[in-house]
Ligand binder design. Sequence first.
Ligand SMILES: NC(=O)c1ccc[n+]([C@@H]2O[C@H](COP(=O)([O-])OP(=O)(O)OC[C@H]3O[C@@H](n4cnc5c(N)ncnc54)[C@H](O)[C@@H]3O)[C@@H](O)[C@H]2O)c1
Length: 390
Amino acid sequence: MNDTINRVETGAKVNKDFELFSDLQNMEHEQIVFCSRPEVGLKAIIAIHDTTLGPSLGGVRMWNYSSEKEAIRDVLRLSRGMTYKSAISGLNLGGGKAVIIGDSRTQKSEGLFRAFGRFVDGLSGRYITAEDVGISEREMEWIFTETKYVTGIPKHMGGSGNPSPVTGYGVYMGMKAAAKRAYGSDSLEGKRIAIQGAGSVASHLANYVSKENAALFVTDIFPEKAKKIANETGATIVDPDAIYTLDMDIFSPCALGGVVNDDTINVLSCDIVAGGANNILDNEEKHGEMLVRKGILYAPDYVINAGGIINVASELEGYNEQQSMEKTSRIYDTTLQIFDYAEKNGIPTIAASNKLADERIKAVAGIKTVYSSKSHFSGRKGETYLRNRS
Ligand SMILES: NC(=O)c1ccc[n+]([C@@H]2O[C@H](COP(=O)([O-])OP(=O)(O)OC[C@H]3O[C@@H](n4cnc5c(N)ncnc54)[C@H](O)[C@@H]3O)[C@@H](O)[C@H]2O)c1
């Protein structure tokens, strides 16, 4: 896969002429589904990027996009990211994602989400949905009413519930691997760690980090959220804009993507960037290289925030929390392996991670030329990954 498409983060400008089919070809997507039900206000796009490794899985995001073009770009980029995330995490899943265009505070309804569920069901398991920005367990229940191809449903319904605790643990493991690489020890004791965003992932991460007696800093655009983490962990609160210039060892973006960009990279003073947000680098290629030149070690976002997908993937075979945590702890080794590969090949860590993910996909695609009764007789693709659900 190539990296010719600039990242488009939610809310960011689309900075390239829009050519749908050339984008699909450049980014190597398999299928895009546009879903419309005006009577319930549904405007959704499902993007299936790659199903070489298994059925595509990725969350559905509800966001008030400023244009349809922006929504399409977002879903293309996010679904491609899911392919890499599952591939590097050793999961037998492909990459997919969905976006619903609308205001998640005012436009949610049972009808809208059930209609979306029916569109997901129509894909017969080629796409399995999950929770993402703007979506809560209540909407997952509505979707589940219409399709079994959904993960992240509440625990009392046999699902895995909120993935954030596992994501937070994985980010912690990835951060420790980066510390091991940068400092020779994975202890975070005394390290100045700045967490941007005081949401679900951040609160779990902050808990782990504070137990190691790190010097923790936290910020949020909603001061009460930062205060909550500060009360629980003893972290120092900083202003949202001040986080970039803070004298810190580790910068951990856990809010939005695109925060390592042309404006921030020059003022960042840290040894490591390791956070839970998706698409931390505004432009993977450019900013990955700039970080190398600044001597900052980057733990690729989709590698270390994969705890969430590892957790929901476990749901497909019968949820087991302990197994999910155990698998997520392997993020430590995967991150070190990526650092080694990057060093050996003289490339940025994000490029190393993309290459390793690509290699796994190509290897599996290669073995599919060998006849196997499993793939022939075990039913539709995706079906075997799911428990029987009524
Ligand atoms: N929840 C998961 O399991 C999971 C899994 C993988 C990736 N992620 C990614 O991790 C990030 C955080 O996810 P979450 O579930 O914790 O979300 P969340 O909504 O609970 O937390 C995000 C927090 O960031 C704050 N924020 C937004 N813009 C900010 C800014 N400019 N400066 C400071 N704070 C700001 C918000 O107020 C909010 O408190 C997202 O990018 C998400 O895509 C989450």
